[in-house]
Unconditional design. Structure first.
Length: 336
């Protein structure tokens, strides 16, 4: 039996295993099997990858696209043979011109991007940004070379073309939204033409300033236009307050006029009806009708008369003094 304290050299592992009662060949096969299983397991596990709900994965084999994974969850690829490129298709990406939020560009580079020529041959310094999202991962990765660089180039070209169609005053004052819309439409049209696989969600004109030599004058113009707009808004508010009231008063006057008109028509219609009735009676009994009309007229006039004189047939005049202090009791016979 071997001495437990006996030392073994590096190549004496077989002797050592034998001293322990183990079969060296069997141990070697076991170790090799374990190593093979471990390598295979690691190799297999390296083929699993996860796709988020906002991602797509483009799978290539030897540089050729074999499929696009669009469903979220755990996926498998052939280790060492297939390569995946994940693309966020939900997140909004931002590309800045004339400035950098992270200060990754030099001042000279930013100024070069921001300086543009307007339709009236003025120089404007404008900071702006483009917001976009990827709608097709395959097109975005493989339809153009250098997607970021290509997008930056065509965006700058589209923006300069639109700005060159507007005068400086439009860019500095009230046409910013129009310019942003035109740039977005033009840029989306170019992206569709190149089948770029992206959607332009917004174009933001951050700041626009004239050259330093005329900066103060243009700021004064912009301020004056803002004051003009404020006064127009105030006038519009005043108009909206007063106009309904005026319309209501006008309608009230029209209603009153219509009522007065109808009243006069009714009065005239009644008068005509009375006249026609009297005319008919007069044609039948002229003397009676004449006497009745005379008496009705006297009855209407006398209550308002303060002095009454009675004339006889021979021309004598007698002043009538009613004892009651009024002529209300005067009879037709006394009046004659």
């Amino acid at each position: 039996m071997d001495n437990p304290s006996q030392s073994y050299g590096p190549n004496d592992w077989r002797s050592y295993l034998k001293s322990r009662g183990m079969n060296p060949d069997k141990v070697r096969r076991t170790v090799v099997a374990i190593l093979v299983v471990a390598v295979v397991a690691v190799f297999a596990l390296s083929g699993f990858y996860f796709i988020g709900s906002n991602e797509e994965a483009v799978v290539t084999m030897f540089g050729k696209v074999v499929r696009t994974e669009k469903e979220a969850g755990l996926r498998f690829k052939l280790p060492l043979l297939e390569v995946t490129q994940k693309v966020d298709i939900e997140g909004i990406r931002r590309m800045e011109f004339g400035y950098r939020s992270d200060s990754s560009a030099s001042v000279e580079e930013s100024l070069l991007e921001a300086r543009m020529l307007t339709a009236d041959e003025n120089i404007v310094i404008a900071d702006w940004a483009v917001l976009y999202k990827v709608n097709d991962s395959y097109k975005y990765l493989y339809n153009v070379d250098d997607p970021q660089g290509t997008l930056r180039t065509i965006t700058e070209a589209a923006y300069r073309r639109v700005v060159a169609a507007h005068i400086l005053d439009d860019i500095l004052t009230d046409k910013k939204e129009t310019i942003q819309f035109e740039v977005r439409e033009s840029l989306q049209e170019i992206c569709n033409k190149y089948d770029f696989g992206i959607t332009i969600t917004a174009v933001q004109l951050q700041d626009a300033l004239p050259p330093d030599s005329v900066k103060d004058a243009f700021l004064e113009v912009a301020s004056a236009k803002e004051d003009k707009t404020a006064k127009i808004n105030d006038a519009t508010t005043y108009l909206n307050e007063k106009l309904p009231v005026a319309r209501g008063e006008a309608q009230q006057i029209l209603n009153q006029s219509e009522g007065y008109k109808q009243e006069r028509i009714n009065d005239a219609t009644g008068a005509v009806a009375r006249f026609l009735a009297i005319q008919k009676e007069y044609a039948t009994n002229k003397e009676i009708t004449r006497t009745r009309l005379y008496l009705e007229a006297i009855r209407t006039l006398l209550p308002g008369v303060k002095e009454v004189y009675i004339m006889s047939d021979n021309g004598d005049v007698l002043k009538f003094l009613p004892l009651t202090g009024s002529t209300a009791g005067l009879t037709p016979a006394a009046a004659q």
